[in-house]
Design a protein around this ligand. Structure first.
Ligand code: SF4
Length: 354
């Protein structure tokens, strides 16, 4: 963490920077932090600005373009914060924003409004206690997702302080934690960490993975250590223009995730965060990818394609249409390979989408 690359002076000796990247790294207009761990920097192409991972980490001046649809807080998280650091958008679960620091800063981060700081832990702990009290006082909450920032960069002791207190709340069914650490700082997944986490089952991990290039021997070892500790791993992947928005890359990624014991879970439409319009795709592009997965790879390798509705509407799943009509007591369907004329008998024929 101490050796992260953050400034133009730190990037310039390692990467052949374009004029645009240089201008962005030096630009006062750009407000979102930059940073990458030395390990993750080693996965980026030094010379090719079209490298997929490089485009997710090294800023360009496109970030300074504000699209009319861009928003600072597209998911309206701040409006749904009953106490600082808790987002309560769904009745049965909350998001617990534990910290605001990450090992890397993704150019499309939905929480770019809050990550990149460095609040002293004493401040965080006072805030955490208010969050724990809020959850303890609301028996309708059954699931907590600890996120940030990236909570896995907290020390084992600090993390255990938080998780152990949440674990004691009787109405919580399980605890989840969202992280990108296994693929950007896999050295952080130590035996001491996995042994500590294993004390608090049922404990789940959502791993943020963008591209098959992140699935290295080191990240596979980190994931195996977590899985061996009994922690179920599920993926979250943001769909990004020019980075992973094609069927071949997604097939390779989803199959690769299963190989490193991560179950593909969410393919997320990029949120309309300020300065990210150059990275966003159409919804059609996401549905085309799901079409290109279903029927071509194992069902285990197919994530839900999710749009988190701007304005705080919550997540919806988009799926390709397969039903084409109803005729003589049966639904007419087209399969995943585009072959039509299949019939599913259903004498009731009730509307599928009331
Ligand atoms: S790791 Fe997550 S929270 Fe951190 S910058 Fe990337 S998307 Fe944002």
């Amino acid at each position: 963490m101490r050796n992260r690359l953050r400034t133009h002076a730190e990037f310039a000796p390692i990467f052949t920077l374009t004029d645009d990247e240089t201008a962005a790294l030096r630009s006062p207009q750009r407000t979102f932090s930059t940073g990458i761990t030395p390990y993750y920097a080693s996965l980026l192409d030094r010379d090719n600005p079209d490298c997929a991972l490089r485009k997710t980490m090294i800023p360009t001046m496109a970030e300074t373009v504000i699209d009319p649809h861009d928003m600072v807080d597209p998911l309206a998280e701040d409006e749904h914060a009953p106490v600082p650091g808790i987002v309560h958008r769904y009745p049965d679960r909350v998001l617990f924003l534990a910290n605001d620091v990450c090992p890397v800063y993704c150019r499309y981060c939905t929480r770019s409004r809050i990550v990149g700081g460095n609040a002293p832990f004493s401040v965080a702990r006072a805030r955490w206690q208010k969050g724990i009290d809020y959850i303890a006082g609301n028996p309708g909450i059954h699931d907590v997702l600890i996120s940030g920032g990236d909570p896995l960069i907290l020390s084992d002791d600090r993390l255990e302080w938080l998780i152990s207190r949440l674990h004691k709340i009787p109405h919580l069914d399980f605890i989840r934690l969202g992280t990108k650490v296994p693929v950007v700082l896999p050295q952080r997944i130590t035996p001491a960490l996995t042994q500590m986490l294993a004390k608090y089952h049922p404990f789940y991990l959502s791993v943020h993975v963008t591209h098959p290039r992140e699935l290295t021997a080191e990240s596979a070892r980190a994931c195996a250590a977590l899985a061996d500790a009994g922690i179920p791993l599920a993926s979250q992947t943001v769909l990004l223009r020019g980075i992973n928005d094609n069927v071949e890359t997604m097939r390779e990624l989803m199959r690769g995730l299963l190989r490193v014991r991560i179950r593909p879970y969410y393919l997320l439409q990029c949120d309309p965060i300020t300065g990210s319009s150059h990275l966003r795709t159409s919804l059609r592009s996401g549905l085309d990818i799901i079409r290109g997965l279903r029927g071509h790879v194992s069902g285990y390798a197919i994530p839900h394609y999710i749009v988190d509705l701007p304005g705080g509407g919550g997540k919806i799943a988009l799926t390709p249409e397969h039903i084409n009509g109803y005729e003589d007591g049966a639904w007419l369907a087209t399969n995943s390979h585009g072959v039509s004329g299949f019939r599913y008998p259903d004498p009731e024929g009730l509307p599928l989408y009331p």
